[in-house]
Design a protein around this ligand. Sequence first.
Ligand SMILES: C=C(O[C@@H]1C=C(C(=O)O)C=C[C@H]1N)C(=O)O
Ligand SMILES: Cc1ncc(COP(=O)(O)O)c(C=O)c1O
Length: 261
Amino acid sequence: MQTLLDSTALARGWQLGDGHFTTMHARRGRVRLWPLHQARLMAACRRLHMAEPDWAAIDAELTALPDEGDRVVRLTLLRGPGGRGYGIAGCGATQVALNVSPFPAHYFTWRERGIDLGVCEGRLGSSPLLAGLKTVNRLEQVLLKAELERRELAEGVVLNEAGRVMEAVTANLFWRKGDAVFTPELANGGVHGTLRAWVMGELGERVQVVSAPLEALQDADEIWLTNALMGLVPVCSLAGRSLGGDYSITRALQQRYEQID
Ligand SMILES: C=C(O[C@@H]1C=C(C(=O)O)C=C[C@H]1N)C(=O)O
Ligand SMILES: Cc1ncc(COP(=O)(O)O)c(C=O)c1O
């Protein structure tokens, strides 16, 4: 499925990476956590000074998804045609591409069995203007994913240049020490994940948003990753050290997440 994309809008996307996107899980024809995806898209449009897309047209497309199985639905918004160079004055309506693809089945295995988490050598740069946004500029993640592939790692913790824990390559992360739950502060980089927002809503004030060194993770009783496709994935070991197998919060959150659309 592909909609409403013309070559001039693609030109800004190709030439400048001038757009943002979200990747969603559709189950039996319904996009899970659509309100959180839409809220992030709206926030990104505001921060990037992009016009909002035609939400009614998008709703119509999403409503027409096949009522079966699991699918990946990627919604990309690119700034409309116009402007000169970087300039955005006079750019037209935001352009939309909706792509549906098969769901990566290994994420179901990851949810059940957990994964071994590495620590990436590559670091994230500081980018306060773009922090939290899922822009179509994802070259840092492309390079980090290349590192995972080279080292045959399922996923890896990514630090920033100051050595603070930021996220994983394709996911956000949480950890628990005793009763306290933590997630990295993302004021200078990273993606404000929809599943991260959902977990923070579920756990409320129990979650502390912190700037933490790798040692905090190494000292954790439980670690889990989140993204809209993988859901909540328990971490069995960090850099080769077992975490002890207590997945209590991860399992409780997984159960709650299963019950919602
Ligand atoms: C780049 C996309 O989505 C991100 C990347 C992955 C992945 O590499 O597995 C998964 C979810 C997103 N974080 C995309 O084109 O959907
Ligand atoms: C770098 C990065 N961080 C975090 C996330 C998690 O975001 P979400 O929960 O919306 O999937 C993703 C992908 O989805 C990502 O690519």
